[in-house]
Design a protein around this ligand. Structure first.
Ligand code: ACO
Length: 429
């Protein structure tokens, strides 16, 4: 490559097949993939495409919601650093911020909280629907189904171009997610369903629906209530990740938000995404003790399996959420007592951070490395981990979904392919 005369905001491309040169405009650090289409070898050539199966270098949308600089370990919602938000704001304030672009005033927060609190109950038929699942059904499977099923209870949600309808469905989804999640858990435990308590905070009410037994009024532990709130804040959005891209893609077909969010939950369920914290716990249990960590790391390096909770597509130096979550873990363990799994996790972290393999591959603990240990210490079973992630991610999904709908550039998502099969063949006569 030779340095030619600089041409601002243009990419000059020479096609070695034809010798022709093209000038492609550069806007906001991108070239438009469709601009490549003009690059052809002949008139009937389809034109050049990009090949990017995992969207590793493709911007699928313009967004004003979440900013990440993976190299510097920066995460900001609407411009505010995650560190400030996690310390000073509640999950419902963050949900408002993500959806509306600004922090709520005191009055706006009061109205917003009241709206959410008013919609925490679910239709009794949803309860019966949950009853139909097998006793050992994974709560994430129940959540995926129940969120999708809500669309049949609110058929008006199809009016996605009506702002008032969109707002109502957004409120319903944020309000009902903890209820669906807690009911899925209580179904697995064979326990009666504990109804929402409108006097409690968003997370306090979730703990109430999870744990209330015979007491008339459940009193959440304030440290655990706050820890859960911080965890939800840290998970609230993460720009165009797998589940959010799924939400936008399904939303681009103008499906209702329940159907789109059910698909997003399904994407989150996978072990490489929201299922990772569950996998971290399984891994720590498999390792069994601090003494076994070096052998486990050796096997990871030999390529036998991956170290769950390590690595990230975007963060290549550190995950800022993992650092914040580590602090939350210390607060929680003061209440719940120490965890032997935490000792194993800390040993893994210590060895991996000094190891050439992990340094060379830029592998650091991600948010899920600690969240699972905290949830377990709080008494939340492993199967519920991705469900909690889904509650936290709900406002982010909805903000991204709505932004997509309002984006004049959005069309139905429809990638191209490189066809690599038979060009044409015929059945034997
Ligand atoms: N353990 C060991 N090696 C790893 C790990 C890991 N956790 N992650 C990546 N690598 C290695 C790969 O083997 C590969 O090595 P190679 O180049 O020598 O073949 C290299 O690092 C790059 O890996 P990719 O899979 O190409 O990286 P990608 O950016 O696609 O993957 C991912 C990111 C999926 C998060 C990956 O690091 C992983 O599988 N981690 C474990 C699962 C996990 O913790 N997921 C949670 C993500 S955070 C979230 O969803 C909230």
């Amino acid at each position: 490559m030779n340095d030619a005369e600089p041409n601002p905001d243009r990419l000059t491309v020479t096609d070695s097949r034809t010798g022709r040169t093209y000038e492609l405009p550069i806007t906001e650090g991108t070239v438009k993939a469709l601009d490549l289409r003009q690059i052809k070898v002949s008139a009937d050539d389809f034109g050049l495409m990009t090949y990017d199966p995992a969207y590793q270098n493709t911007a699928s949308c313009r967004s004003t919601i979440t900013y990440i600089d993976g190299d510097k370990g920066i995460l900001r919602y609407r411009g505010y650093p995650i560190e400030e938000l996690a310390e000073r704001s509640s999950f419902l304030e963050i949900a408002y911020l993500l959806l509306n672009g600004e922090m709520p005033t005191t009055e706006e927060l009061k109205t917003w909280t009241a709206e959410i609190t008013n919609h925490t109950f679910i239709h009794e038929n949803i309860k019966r629907f949950i009853d139909g699942f097998h006793h050992d059904a994974h709560p994430m499977g129940i959540l995926v189904s129940a969120v999708g099923a809500l669309s049949t209870f609110y058929p008006e949600s199809k009016q996605i171009h009506d702002p008032a309808t969109r707002h109502r469905e957004i409120v319903r989804l944020i309000a009902k997610m903890p209820t669906l999640a807690a009911f899925a858990y209580r179904h697995a435990m064979g326990l009666y369903y504990a109804y929402p308590d409108d006097d409690l905070s968003y997370t306090g009410n979730f703990l109430n629906m999870m744990w209330r037994a015979t007491e008339l009024k459940y009193k959440p532990n304030p440290v655990l209530e706050h820890a859960l709130d911080v965890l939800l804040v840290l998970h609230a959005d993460h720009e165009q990740n797998c589940s959010t891209s799924t939400m936008r893609l399904v939303g681009s077909s103008q499906a209702d938000p329940y159907s789109a969010m059910s698909a997003a939950c399904a994407a989150l369920y996978g072990p490489l995404h929201g299922g990772a914290n569950e996998q971290v716990l399984r891994m720590l249990n498999t390792i069994g003790g601090v003494a076994n960590v070096p052998e486990y790391i050796r096997r990871v390096k030999a390529g036998e399996f991956r170290l769950m909770g390590f690595g990230h597509r975007v963060y290549k130096n550190f995950d800022p959420r993992a650092q914040l979550i580590k602090r939350v873990a210390e607060e929680v363990f003061e209440v719940t007592g120490p965890s032997p799994l935490l000792d194993i996790a800390l040993e893994i972290e210590r060895i991996a951070l000094e190891d050439d393999y992990f340094i060379a591959h830029k592998l650091y603990p991600n948010v899920d490395f600690y969240s699972g240990i905290i949830y377990l210490a709080m008494g939340i079973p492993v199967e519920m981990f991705p469900v909690l992630f889904a509650i936290g991610r709900t406002p982010g999904w909805l903000a991204q979904w709505e932004e997509g709908l309002l984006d004049p550039d959005q069309k139905i998502g429809r990638p191209r392919q490189v066809y690599a099969g038979y060009l044409e063949r015929h059945l034997k006569s």
